[in-house]
Ligand binder design. Structure first.
Ligand code: GAR
Length: 196
């Protein structure tokens, strides 16, 4: 079974969706570690509830990104982590982790990339008066939400949508799409284009 680490910074609803999919046997994986760069984040509570080991750290306590990524790498290696899943980890992955794991790191992003990369993709889509947005799962490289796309799913933007209603519909799609893409990746089936 694939040993994975989930990296997250926030509420952790995608972390939860992955844990739930494993319990429901829709996804075969062992979440061996949560890595969290915000020690007070809700995702840390979710990890406690699901008895997932956590490495929570404050980046400000390290002098450089290389310094905290070196510590993360140590934590990953101690547990023989094979794959990294970014689920709302609001930080670029640096060369220390990329050199060990590139091609084995995936991210989920709440837009149809390359549209609306970076922070607040939902707000960006509303501000742009887009009629459609969506969700992208992609491999991670050194850029901001730029790596090769694995799967995308569209979400229609309704006239009456607020940030909250749109975000909620996007997250519902994320919670289905992410575990299903991971299951296919871990089974090493060919995942191409927009077939999810
Ligand atoms: C998710 O919507 C995810 O797509 C987004 O953060 C949210 C985390 O929610 N990620 C990005 O914007 C990455 N650029 P969660 O903590 O409830 O899973």
């Amino acid at each position: 079974m694939k040993k994975i680490a989930i990296f997250a910074s926030g509420s952790g609803s995608n972390f939860q969706a992955i844990i739930d999919a494993i319990h429901e046997k829709k996804l075969e994986a062992d979440v061996s570690l949560l890595v969290c760069d915000k020690p007070g984040a809700r995702v840390v509570e979710r990890a406690e509830q699901s008895e997932t080991e956590t490495f929570a750290f404050n980046p400000k306590e390290y002098e450089t990104k290389t310094a905290f990524e070196t510590e993360i790498l140590k934590q990953l290696k101690e547990r023989n982590i094979e794959f990294i899943v970014l689920a709302g980890y609001m930080r670029l992955i640096g060369s220390t982790l990329l050199s060990e794991y590139e091609g084995r790191i995936v991210n989920i992003h709440p837009s149809l990339l390359p549209a609306f990369p970076g922070k607040d993709a939902v707000g960006q889509a509303l501000d742009a008066k887009a009629e459609v947005t969506g969700v992208t799962v992609h491999y991670v490289d050194s850029g901001m939400d730029t790596g090769p796309i694995i799967a995308q799913k569209t979400v229609e933007i309704k006239k009456e949508d607020t940030r909250e209603t749109l975000q909620e519909r996007i997250q519902q799609v994320e919670h289905q799409l992410f575990p299903s893409v991971l299951e296919q990746l871990f089974n090493q089936e060919k995942v191409g284009g927009v077939s999810f």
